[in-house]
Design a protein around this ligand. Structure first.
Ligand code: COA
Length: 641
């Protein structure tokens, strides 16, 4: 049977299915439940994720008629909490577990051959002065980055570290992560959040969050740093924890909480407790995540007071460390104030009480290292099946990633052709450009990063009418083909306003085209990652998948500027010289990448030369959801009885 026959025939899916089975040598009986006829609708409906699979171990024996997809049926939902999610429907409750084997990731896959053209990444000598000005600026920004990093590594300071390690005999938070994770190659999110806030410097917002591997599985973690005011939750801490949960939901990552917190930071209670996205949302999310089958494990390695007590109690499994972990709604001082009774933390809510009497926790560990070992074992009980290591040779870019420091624009006027940046990020500096001659102020095309296929959308000037139409087309193309999108954002400052009637029509057309691109980006159900490489200003930033458009990850280069207007471009909006100076000074300060990241408007500042590494990690993290074997949404969350 030829491919044409298959595609045109009425029983196409049956034919594909039969071929898949026979080619892979899978028994008819074993996979029978998957013969249920799938439908092809998108968004909010069922659709078929076509995994281009190789059915033969020997590439020579490949026959075009066998280049058929293995059928993994996904359900694309728009969850109120998590936006678009890929959920397979292959194993609804009515189907036996054996059906999982049909989508086994042990199937060896082979990507379609590609040799995208190599981009010429050499820059013209005439632009050397621009490169050098950018480089000088990048070095200053890098210095600031390193200073921030040093500050954050000190946590709550020497005294607090001594109290934590000597008096309280606890392990420091970064050492805890060393024991928990496979290695130190984890993706820390928003490490500079909390620095320079109106209520002070809160290093790492008092809580480290990120994604690291446990037994090879990418897991989200959130770990209180008790050296920062007893690990209490400031408003920024709550925001960071909620973001971590959101990332876990969007990317379906198992979550490990290392809890060591005195609960709410009381002087700021009005900014932590009452509103929707305040502390209570953490517990709401825990329930929703559990219902979504996102596993959550807690390690009680310190105080879990007040709200903090719900974190382990609502987790699927919890581990507690003897003489270190405690869980109670009100601590000994509160008991004394209320009843006059003197009680020790251990008797009120220690490891023995909760593992032997209350059942609030499931595993008793005599020491911290034992608790992390136990957690690693819990993670290996999760129902994931990772693919075999891919030994395909990855092509490095032909140009050094160090050049990116001189390509990171100091301001919009110092931007060079964005192809120079792309050529330093993609495998072999290869790029299959799409619509190269149309809407040239936006670059669109396909590439690979460490072998993973991506679509790139990069500003290369103003987001004009044509550029926006091209952007919409390309985003939909990637959505159609299930290819993750990478946005490289460097938006132009606000264009000069015109009162001329002749300009009214082109301006309105541009507005409509940008609106269309925003719709395409907002509704594309593929993963999106945004890197702000220059400016993030005004409406263009929405179409380029700014924070409000929910990219799975959003990072800033240290030179990046984030503000509604670019600094120095407020003249059209205010009248007097004094007002202009005042607004420009404000924009200058508030648009800095460090101002932005300290308020958690992004997932962190990354150095330009690390971008390829970070993007590749994010793509691998996002891809992992394909390997969870049991994902259908349950009706109820996990309930600890
Ligand atoms: N709000 C504001 N600040 C708090 C706090 C809270 N809930 N809990 C602790 N802190 C501060 C302390 O005042 C201290 O500040 P300092 O370093 O400026 O002196 C710092 O955090 C560390 O507290 P400390 O008690 O010295 O450290 P510890 O390691 O011995 O104990 C706790 C840490 C969290 C176990 C203990 O402070 C505690 O039980 N706090 C109260 C918890 C509580 O009742 N929370 C209810 C919130 S609704």
């Amino acid at each position: 049977m030829t491919l044409v026959h298959l595609l045109s025939g009425p029983s196409m899916m049956d034919a594909i299915f039969t071929l898949c089975l026979s080619a892979r040598g899978v028994g008819e009986e074993e996979c029978a439940p998957r013969r249920e006829k799938p439908s092809f609708h998108r968004k909010g409906h069922k659709f078929i994720q076509l995994n281009r699979a190789s059915f033969s171990q020997n590439p020579q024996s490949w026959d075009t008629s066998l280049k058929l997809p293995s059928c993994t049926v996904y359900h694309c939902t728009h969850s109120p909490v998590s936006g678009s999610l890929w959920q397979p429907l292959t194993h609804g409750t009515h189907q036996p577990a054996a059906s999982h084997r049909c989508m086994s990731s042990t199937v060896r896959r082979r990507r379609l051959p590609s040799a995208y053209p190599v981009i010429d990444g050499t820059f013209q000598p005439a632009l050397r002065h621009v490169y050098e000005a950018n480089l000088r600026n990048s070095l200053i920004c890098q210095q600031k980055y390193l200073e921030h990093k040093e500050k954050v590594m000190k946590g709550g300071g020497e005294n607090a570290i001594e109290r934590h390690t000597q008096r309280n005999r606890k392990v420091l938070v970064r050492d805890r992560l060393r024991m928990l994770l496979d290695d130190e190659d984890y993706l820390e999110l928003s490490p500079f959040a909390g620095l320079g806030l109106p209520y002070g410097d809160i290093p790492a917002a008092g809580c480290l969050t990120g994604i690291g591997q446990i037994n090879g599985l990418w897991c989200m973690f959130s770990a209180n740093d008790a050296t920062v005011k007893g690990g209490t939750a400031y408003p920024i801490t709550v925001k960071k924890q909620l973001r971590a949960q959101f990332v876990a939901m969007q990317n379906r990552l198992p979550f490990v909480y290392l809890v060591d917190s005195g609960g709410a930071f009381l002087p700021l209670q009005s900014e932590i407790f009452p509103d929707k996205n305040h502390g209570g949302r953490t517990f709401y999310n825990e329930a929703v995540m559990s219902a979504m089958k996102i596993p959550q494990v807690s390690v009680v390695c310190g105080s879990c007071t007040a709200g903090g007590a719900y974190v382990p109690t609502m987790s699927e499994e919890a581990v507690i460390v003897h003489r270190i972990g405690t869980i109670f709604l009100g601590g000994p001082p509160l008991v004394k104030a209320a009843t006059g009774e003197e009680v020790s933390p251990e008797d009120l809510g220690g490891a023995k009480l909760h593992s032997e009497v209350s059942g609030c926790v499931d595993h008793f560990a005599t020491a911290e290292n034992e608790a992390y070992e136990c957690t690693r074992n819990i993670i290996s009980t999760l129902n994931y099946e990772l693919p075999e290591e891919d030994d395909t040779q990855v092509e490095e870019p032909l140009y050094s990633t160090d050049d990116l420091m001189g390509l990171a624009p100091r301001c919009y006027n110092h931007s060079m052709d964005v192809r120079l940046i792309v050529s330093r990020l993609t495998d072999g500096s290869r790029f299959q450009e799409f619509k190269a001659r149309y809407g040239t102020t936006l670059l669109t095309g396909f590439a690979r990063i460490e072998g993973l296929q991506i679509g790139i959308v990069a500003n290369n000037g103003e987001l004009t009418y044509e550029a926006s139409l091209k952007g919409s087309h390309f985003v939909q193309l990637c959505d159609q083909r299930d290819i993750p999108l990478i946005f490289l954002q460097n938006t132009a400052p606000e264009p000069a306003h015109t009162h001329s009637q002749t300009k009214a029509e082109p301006n309105t057309n541009r507005l409509k085209a940008q609106g269309s691109m925003m719709s395409a980006v907002a509704c594309a159900s593929v993963p999106k990652i945004t890197v702000v490489i220059g400016g993030c200003h005004g409406g263009d930033s929405y179409a380029m998948c700014g924070r409000a458009f929910d990219p799975n990850f959003l990072f800033l280069w240290p030179n990046a500027r984030v503000s509604i207007l670019a600094p120095g471009h407020s003249d059209a909006f205010v009248q007097t010289e004094e007002e202009i100076t005042q607004i420009n000074e404000m924009l200058e300060e508030e648009s800095s990448a460090f101002f932005s990241t300290s308020r958690l408007w992004d997932d962190g500042v990354i150095l330009p030369q690390d971008t390829r590494k970070v993007l590749s990690k994010c793509l691998k993290i996002i891809k992992q959801q394909e390997y969870q074997l049991s994902r259908e949404k349950m009706r109820t969350p996990f309930l600890r009885m």
